[in-house]
Design a protein. Structure first.
Length: 503
């Protein structure tokens, strides 16, 4: 990857200060820019993260990136997951399918297609889109202090002038300095007591058509679980080598059985590891481009907000990499928070709207942590749940369902708004952008004229049934009714729209 070092002039004041230029921080800044909000991303490193770490982009996140206008670039820079190949003693033992098959549908057009893109490339694409929208990243800005008062937050740095912001978001990773400074604890458990290693390497002697699995000898033939490379996950001597699309690199993952092990991240250390666990020789590893050690754990912050400061991404929840949920859950955090911050900052919604961020995202994060842990331990296979298409906010205070006697399986307020095409209209095209969408489906109800809300009339469609649906900027149904007046004036559409800042 090419280093990204363009550091813009740092303003003395901004609307939102985002600490950390990983996928979470970049996605949040990009979305805020679409809403017309001034946001400054500060990153203590001199460049964007250089590794492949979070390489899986699930279907729901692809929908988000479609909305952002970056999905085509990600597809051009990525590819599908290769079929796994299990090896023993230098011989191919057979294919291993990493995912249960899930069919795409009109309502879920990206289902069944987990996109593999190196994390560094995802970040470069998000960064480029942010620049198109007038934003940027201030590199080399290490946060050393964050003080908040009734009106805003003041951040100080190891070098450079302080910055004043109305709100701040910690997107600075699992070891978040902001979270620690706020005294917010993390509750969770080790997923595996032993360490694991991930590295980007150049290697000869392996084809690029397969994800190559080298399980411990006693595990070969029993790899139908759901772990990082079969039932063994990253535990007990497993090693996997995955070709990374549109690069010359492979991602190496390895687990260790001994909790006291200290993985050697040097070229010689990784050469020895590969030679010990595979049929390859040490010299077949020609380069180590990036490497990291970690101990898989599942933990979530005790709260996602402290006054004017929010936690998002790994700063709020830390996953095992098995199942590819960490980056995806993090991007969804940003997508949920951006429109709410924008509504409050422009004065169209009360500050209380921001309470819904933690209310909505904490249960989702907990659910995804449990899924990642189950996959790591080989207890759960990768299937529909990993795609995050079934997640929603039905229990949220922002989900107002005014219809009664709905059949089982009916679309309800709080659910993800499905895609579909009728009469020359594609719903995802209509939803694309930072606006709310008032959608009438299969009904002659006249939609009210609500300023700033896009109105779309759609023929009867089984994914929605019939009714009126107010779709949030993040693609979830906020309000649903048989007509715009469902539920009386206290719960009517216009009143709801005003409460959530849609007007």
């Amino acid at each position: 990857m090419d280093a990204v070092v363009d550091t813009p002039a740092v303003p003395a004041e901004t609307d939102v200060l985002i600490v950390g230029a990983g996928p979470t921080g970049l996605a949040l800044a990009l979305d805020l820019a679409r809403h017309g909000v001034r946001a400054l991303v500060v990153e203590r490193s001199a460049t964007l993260f250089p590794g492949s770490r979070g390489k899986g982009i699930q279907p729901r996140t692809q929908e988000v990136f479609d909305d952002f206008g970056v999905l085509d670039a990600l597809r051009a820079g990525g590819g599908t997951y290769p079929v796994g190949m299990v090896w023993k003693d230098g011989q191919r033992q057979g294919e291993h399918r990493m995912f249960d098959e899930v069919e795409a549908t009109e309502a879920e057009p990206y289902a069944g297609f987990a996109l593999m893109v190196t994390q560094w490339r995802t970040q470069e694409i998000l960064h480029a889109r942010l620049a198109e929208l007038g934003g940027g990243v201030a590199f080399g800005r290490e946060l050393v202090g964050l003080v908040q008062d009734a009106d805003g937050v003041t951040a100080s740095f190891a070098s450079g002038a302080p910055v004043r912001a109305r709100y701040a978001v910690a997107a600075d990773g699992g070891r978040s300095a902001v979270r620690r400074a706020l005294g917010i604890g993390m509750t969770g458990e080790p997923v595996d007591p032993a360490p694991a290693l991930v590295a980007d390497i150049r290697v000869t002697g392996l084809d690029r058509d397969n994800w190559h699995f080298f399980p411990p000898t006693d595990a070969v033939g029993a790899s139908e679980g759901g772990g990082q490379g079969g039932g063994q996950g990253l535990r007990g001597g497993f090693l996997g080598i995955c070709p990374l699309p549109h690069t010359e690199d492979f991602q190496l993952t390895a687990g260790f059985a001994d909790p006291s092990a200290e993985p050697d991240l040097s070229l010689d250390g990784i050469r020895k590891l590969v030679a010990t666990r595979t049929h390859l020789s040490a010299d077949d590893v020609t380069e180590v481009r990036w490497a990291s050690e970690f101990r898989p754990r599942a933990a979530m912050a005790d709260r996602f907000r402290d006054g004017r400061i929010f936690l998002a991404g790994d700063a709020a929840h830390v996953h095992s990499p098995a199942g590819g949920q960490g980056l995806n859950t993090s991007v969804q955090d940003a997508y949920n928070l951006a429109w709410k911050l924008a509504a409050v900052l422009r004065g169209s919604a009360p500050a209380a709207l921001l309470d819904s961020y933690g209310e909505e995202r904490m249960p989702i994060a907990a659910q995804m942590l449990g899924l990642s842990t189950g996959i790591h331990r080989g207890e759960v296979r990768r299937g529909a749940a990993t795609q995050q298409l079934g997640l929603g906010y039905r229990g949220s205070a922002l989900a107002v369902e005014t219809r009664t006697d709905l059949p089982e399986g009916a679309l309800r307020a709080g659910d993800r708004a499905p895609d579909g095409s009728r009469a020359g209209i594609r719903l995802f095209d209509a939803f694309r952008g930072p606006h709310w969408t008032l959608l009438t489906v299969g009904t002659d109800t006249e939609a009210p004229d609500l300023p700033g809300i896009r109105t779309v009339r759609f023929p009867a469609y089984e994914a929605y049934g019939t009714g009126v649906f107010l779709v949030r900027p993040d693609g979830y149904v906020g309000w649903a009714g048989e007509s715009s007046e469902s539920g009386g004036s206290a719960r009517g559409l216009a009143e709801y729209a005003a409460r959530v800042g849609a007007l």
